[in-house]
Design a protein around this ligand. Structure first.
Ligand code: GNR
Ligand code: NI
Length: 167
């Protein structure tokens, strides 16, 4: 297992649309394990492959408090959305920024699991938000894209300042 470096906004590599996984093989399972380790170490509740500079449609999620519920979603597709909900979001690629974003309240998602088996599951609350946030990453989209240009500009400046301090 390995901890992978996480790309930060406004890195243009976060904007690349990720490619579908053609076959769930050992190399994909190794990526999933490395992503889980990276997510737990960060720590975060989700991670999408483009955040670790891998342009594949792979996401991992664990919203439990004790690392007890790792999920891996390969080639995920939202096939149903219901309702609207607003939640405060953060992102490992936009560190130290938290803002409210509007999402679907409930989603049904279809994906391949780590054995390559097709699975369909419904999610709500934090899990639904996280699934939508991670699938956005696969499209090159970040939660700051839902904010105003002014807010995004302020976030860019704040992150620049943090980077200058730590470089
Ligand atoms: O760790 C994370 N927390 C979080 C909180 C609210 C909404 C979404 C998230 S996902 C984020 C990890 C991350 O950046 N995943 O891409
Ligand atoms: Ni994120």
């Amino acid at each position: 297992m390995a901890i992978l470096p996480i790309l930060h906004f406004p890195d243009p590599r976060l904007r690349i649309k990720a490619q579908p996984v053609e076959r769930v093989d050992d190399s994909v399972r190794k990526l999933v394990d490395d992503m889980l380790e990276t997510m737990y170490e960060a720590p975060g509740i989700g991670l999408a492959a483009p955040q670790v500079n891998v342009s594949k449609r792979v996401i991992v999620i664990d919203i439990s408090d004790d690392k007890s519920s790792p999920l891996c979603l390969i080639n995920p597709e939202i096939i149903r959305r219901d309702g609207i909900e607003e939640m405060e979001e953060g992102c490992l690629s936009v560190p130290s920024i938290f803002e409210k974003v509007e999402r679907a309240r409930q989603v049904t998602v279809r994906f391949l699991d780590r054995d390559g088996k097709s699975v369909e599951t419904a999610a709500d609350e934090l899990l639904a938000v996280c699934i939508q946030h991670e699938i956005d990453h696969l499209e090159g989209k970040l939660f700051v894209d839902y904010l105003s240009e002014l807010k995004r500009q302020r976030i860019r400046k704040k992150l620049d300042k943090i980077r200058r301090r730590t470089m």
